[in-house]
Design a protein around this ligand. Structure first.
Ligand SMILES: Cc1cc2nc3c(=O)[nH]c(=O)nc-3n(C[C@H](O)[C@H](O)[C@H](O)COP(=O)(O)OP(=O)(O)OC[C@H]3O[C@@H](n4cnc5c(N)ncnc54)[C@H](O)[C@@H]3O)c2cc1C
Length: 493
């Protein structure tokens, strides 16, 4: 019997799931908002994976993951992650993916077309394998809702945002691999398409969620006017003075107090407290990376380059103290899954950043990419085994967005910016109950706003509004409920 699995999202989780499902005998259709693989966090990533291999034991990886997540993690998922990562990586290597493994980690940076996006080569290789295996792609297409039949997910409604063409695709199983929701914030290193659509698709049909208040902020991001919104590795502190406005090397001092020997250890295990400290210092006068200390040769040192994450050329004429601040980086929480990627709704699977459980209250650096590989593989396999055949049908319809469309309405781009700024104020690295309540009130009123559509891009932005709204609301409600400070969630009231 032919089986059809529909995968939503062409990041690492979606591509690994699609290839696995295809190889397990399913017919696979992969829906992607952009050209396959592009504009994904996987492509933007540094391309570093944490895993038990080459001398690091699964027990050690398990211990570190649970400790870093403040034991809020799902132990079953963490056990799978830490025990199966190496063998799943070996499978990817057999497929033809170039991965270099060394003690406790793996890297795909050697295949990156530039130093900035370590994961871009990796995603290109996965997309090429998926094509050669016969996965079918529906690019430039937004999944707008999931269809239920007798309590089971039976299909996906879609819209091609460039042409406006709509379709309803029936399917035996759907895999949600839509990534996180970084774009609810104005300060994020996530690409523009990461708008929390998966949270909205899943919550519309009653799927269970967990840990939505735990949003990981990367401690150091470039905050100079005119600089790109991009992270700088915390390891930078080992090569460059990072000071507060009074010139104190507060980060180095804190690292000593916390018992970490290097910036890379902090980046692996203590992003939560580090981001909090940097956020407090930036609000109180600023945080600065002193690039004026570096000679030309030091600037070009590959280790320094890796930490700066922007090419040496970029810094040639800006050798002065450069302002830094935390950036939203990753969603620890998300859709609840079991070890096979099954959600609480029959026929719906999920994998990658859209899910919760592996990270608990704070993620180990490098675990996100390992998560997408291990659980993409498991979800692809399980969905292929479960699904049944179904026909494809096409029909046209009106925009299925959050807002009413009107000629006198506001531009969806302007509305998005407004929501992002307010989300940062209420749900950033430092939170206050009163601000969160005000933000929830704003979100209630947000849905009454009218929008006007002038270009295909406006259509896309309008479709993404639902994901942004649902995600922001889920984070706000969870953040309001959790009164104590834990992991990435920090309230000062
Ligand atoms: C700058 C940066 C550096 C990072 N570096 C690392 C690192 O070195 N190591 C590490 O472990 N982690 C890293 N991370 C985190 C890691 O990259 C991500 O968590 C991971 O790649 C997420 O993969 P994913 O497949 O779940 O989602 P993504 O790769 O983000 O892909 C999501 C896909 O879903 C699509 N999509 C969303 N909604 C819809 C919809 N409605 N319809 C159709 N398609 C949709 C998107 O367009 C996209 O194709 C980094 C993140 C960033 C931003």
């Amino acid at each position: 019997m032919t089986k059809r699995v529909v995968v939503i999202g062409s990041g690492g989780a979606g591509l690994v799931a699609a290839i696995t499902a295809k190889r397990a005998g399913a017919e696979v259709l992969l829906i992607s908002k952009t050209d396959r693989g592009r504009g994904t966090c996987t492509a933007y990533s540094a391309g570093i994976f944490s895993l038990a291999c080459c001398g690091l034991s699964p027990e050690e990886h398990y211990k570190k993951t649970m400790e870093t997540g403040h034991y809020l993690n799902d132990p079953v998922l963490v056990k799978i992650l830490t025990e199966e990562a190496e063998s799943t990586f070996q499978t990817l290597i057999q497929w033809g993916v170039r991965i270099k493994m060394e003690k406790g980690s793996a890297s795909v940076r050697a295949t990156a077309p530039n130093g900035l996006m370590g994961g871009a080569g990796f995603i290109g290789e996965l997309a090429a394998i998926a094509e050669s295996e016969g996965v079918r792609f529906l690019d430039w297409t937004v999944a707008t809702s999931l269809r239920l039949e007798r309590g089971r997910v039976a299909g996906v409604e879609t819209e091609n945002w460039r042409t406006g063409k709509r379709a309803c695709i029936s399917s035996g199983a759907v895999i949600l691999a839509t990534g996180g929701g970084g774009q609810i914030y104005n300060h994020t290193d996530n690409p523009g398409r990461i708008t929390g659509d998966g949270y909205s698709l899943a919550s519309d049909i009653g799927a269970a969620f967990r840990d939505m208040e735990f949003v990981q902020f990367y401690p150091l991001g470039w905050a100079e006017p005119g600089f790109p919104q991009w992270m700088a590795d915390v390891e930078l502190v080992d090569y460059v003075r990072i000071t507060d406005a009074k010139g104190r090397e507060f980060l180095k001092e804190a690292m000593d107090d916390w018992g970490y020997k290097s910036g890379s250890e902090v980046s692996l295990y203590a992003r939560d407290k580090c981001a909090r400290l940097v956020a407090e210092k930036s609000a109180g006068g600023g945080v600065f990376a002193h690039l004026e200390d570096l000679s030309d040769d030091q600037l070009k040192d590959p280790k320094v380059q890796y930490c700066l994450t922007l090419n040496a050329e970029f810094f040639r004429n800006v050798r002065r103290p450069l302002r830094m601040a935390p950036l939203e980086h990753y969603f620890c929480g998300g859709v609840v899954i079991d070890g096979f990627g099954r959600t609480s709704v029959d026929g719906l699977y999920a994998c990658g950043e859209v899910t919760g459980g592996v990270d608990g209250a704070n993620r180990v650096g490098g675990n996100a990419l390992t998560n997408i590989v291990v659980f993409g593989y498991r979800a692809g396999k399980a969905a292929a085994e479960e699904c049944k055949k179904g026909p494809i049908s096409l029909d046209a319809g009106e925009l299925d967005g959050l807002h009413t469309v009107s000629e006198k309405g506001e531009s969806p781009g302007v509305l998005r910016k407004e929501l992002q700024e307010k989300a940062w104020e209420a749900l950033g690295p430092v939170r206050r109950g009163r601000k969160i309540e005000e933000f929830l009130k704003y979100l209630d009123e947000f849905v009454d706003k009218k929008i006007r559509l002038e270009t295909p891009m406006d259509r896309l932005l309008a479709l993404e509004m639902k994901g942004l709204h649902t995600t922001a609301k889920a984070v706000a409600e969870a953040a309001l409920k959790r009164k104590e400070n834990l992991g990435t969630h920090w309230r000062i009231d």
